[in-house]
Design a protein around this ligand. Structure first.
Ligand code: IDP
Length: 137
């Protein structure tokens, strides 16, 4: 079951020089490939669309400010069960609760600055890929 998922390496990952480390973990999974990748600074509109479901929550405004605080790496990753797979590599939202061995578990301490976004379902992946890579066929 080949799928596509949207991955964002968040501004903390880029600032801390962890792009290679994180992409390396994704690349080493058998058969997964990077279908598109770009370093870009996100604007308010994109973030409102991307994180729309969280609007009104206490963490929403600081999250958007953080996501605008520096460039992110946006990637499309393709391969067998990649949606569930990248979520497993990332670990749960809270990096302290995340298992060592996962990206968040190995490198994070702060819930907001948890290094990586990965689509959480097929429906989210389709929606998010349209926002970040509208030209992708
Ligand atoms: P996910 O990224 O693990 O799917 P979501 O619940 O969709 O988690 O939340 C989106 C992002 O918002 C998280 O990755 C994290 O950066 C931030 N976030 C979520 N909950 C909190 C919180 O309670 N405090 C601060 N930031 C949060």
């Amino acid at each position: 079951m080949s799928q596509r998922t949207l991955v964002l390496l968040k501004p903390d990952a880029v600032r801390r020089g962890l792009i290679g480390e994180i992409i390396g973990r994704i690349e080493r999974k058998a058969g997964w490939t990077i279908a598109a990748m770009e370093l870009r600074t996100l604007g308010q509109d994109t973030l409102e669309q991307h994180y729309g479901e969280h609007q009104g929550k206490p963490f929403y405004e600081p999250l958007v400010a953080f996501m605008k605080s520096g460039p992110v790496v946006a990637l499309v990753v393709e391969g067998e069960r990649v949606i569930e797979g990248v979520r497993r590599l990332a670990g749960p939202t809270d990096p302290i609760a995340a298992e060592p061995g996962s990206i968040r578990g190995d490198f994070g301490t702060i819930v907001r600055e948890n290094l990586i976004h990965a689509s959480d379902s097929e429906e989210s992946a389709i929606r998010e890929l349209k926002i970040f890579f509208p030209g992708l066929s």
